[in-house]
Design a protein around this ligand. Structure first.
Ligand SMILES: CNc1ncnc2c1ncn2[C@@H]1O[C@H](COP(=O)(O)O)[C@@H](O)[C@H]1O
Length: 351
């Protein structure tokens, strides 16, 4: 076995991986949702929510852009509706990433208040951060976890400012950046310029969902987003040459999500048509990412395997791709150095 052998799943699982685009709630597995549902059902037999294994059956991954977003508001948020379930599901998400061989994760989440349970957005963020911190501080864990707070495109300016306040407040506790996410068919991104400028001025990094659908890829929107000087961009699907050049000139890292884009029919065609085929030859750092592994069911090791299969990459190329994501992580020199050393000392070409 050498670095030039064909890639298999055992290899991509062994490989140390960096996950930079994973939405916390979308990363909760069905089994974990089912556990939460069972606990709630025991506490309250009248609970009026379908079993997750019925609502989101195993094997179902064909959520498109119109059915995907309502899944959160109409189901998962109703189930994960108190601090114990948020804590439990965050722990499970971290365990899942770690057992897939992820060594560094920047999870992202939209601060959520649950008024009926007396939960504020501050409680929500603190609860998630406490779980991340406990994971990272446990020396038996091989993965370290950090948090990005998301502004949803449907947010008002005041709500966006509140997210920035929380990000700044919890910067020293593990919040490393700010994201813009949510249904690309909704909202006017221009209203968030001040929020992203304030985050940047406070030393937070910025990542933006960029040109995810044709409706969110107008010249005006893309110019606006690039004027905020983002550090990374997610998806980058409907990007014409002019914008592609700007991304390359500014060396902005891209977060690419193969299975999500294929299953949700966000791209035309299948894996081999994915724009990863183009970006992998560019000079910007490319981070393959899962987006919502709980929904699309393709862990990061599988995403690397699929990239190898559909683009004919060898072990050495897949390993180099993994390592390249180090360039665009949002934490400082300590994590950079840890990851660089980890890759330098890695020798898992064969078992
Ligand atoms: C198709 N890809 C995507 N594009 C845009 N936004 C997405 C997304 N996948 C997930 N989200 C955003 O993340 C939230 C769930 O996680 P959190 O509650 O924040 O942890 C969703 O409600 C949506 O706003």
């Amino acid at each position: 076995m050498t670095a030039e052998c064909p890639v298999d799943v055992a290899f991509t699982r062994r490989l140390p991986k960096i996950e930079l685009h994973a939405h916390l709630t979308g990363s909760i597995s069905r089994d974990c949702l089912h556990d939460i549902w069972k606990t709630k059902k025991v506490q309250d037999p009248e609970l009026d929510l379908a079993d997750p294994l019925v609502a989101i059956p195993h094997g179902k991954v064909d959520y498109d852009i119109t059915t995907f977003f309502p899944l959160f508001s109409s189901y998962i948020y109703k189930l994960c509706s108190d601090l114990p379930s948020i804590e439990y599901s965050t722990q499970a998400v971290l365990r899942d990433f770690q057992s897939d061989g992820v060594v560094y994760v920047e999870l992202r989440t939209t601060p959520r208040a649950i008024p009926g349970m007396g939960v504020t957005k501050d409680h929500y963020v603190k609860t998630v951060l406490d779980v991340l911190r406990a994971h990272t501080d446990n020396s038996e864990n091989t993965m370290r976890a950090f948090l990005i707070l998301s502004i949803d495109r449907r947010n008002s300016t005041a709500e966006a400012e509140e997210v920035v306040d929380l990000a700044v407040k919890y910067q020293s506790a593990g919040v490393v950046g700010l994201d813009l996410c949510g249904d690309p068919a909704k909202g006017d991104v221009g209203i968030f310029a001040h929020s992203f400028a304030r985050a940047k001025a406070a030393g937070l990094k910025i990542t933006l969902h960029f040109a995810e659908s044709e409706t969110s890829a107008s010249d005006l929107e893309l110019q606006t987003l690039l004027s905020w000087k983002p550090d990374r961009l997610g998806h980058v699907i409907h990007v014409k040459e002019e914008f592609r050049r700007m991304i390359e000139q500014q060396n902005i890292g891209v977060e690419l999500c193969l299975s999500c884009n294929v299953h949700a029919k966000m791209i035309t065609g299948t894996y081999s048509d994915h724009h990863f085929g183009m970006w992998r030859h560019s000079k910007v750092p490319v981070a393959l990412s899962t987006d919502d592994v709980g929904v699309f069911c393709s862990p990061l090791s599988q995403e690397y395997y699929l990239a190898a299969q559909h683009f004919g990459l060898r072990r050495s190329e897949i390993r180099a791709l993994c390592e390249r994501a180090v360039e665009s992580i949002f934490t400082g020199p300590y994590e950079h150095m840890r990851l660089i050393k980890l890759y330098a000392g890695w020798d898992g070409w064969e078992v």
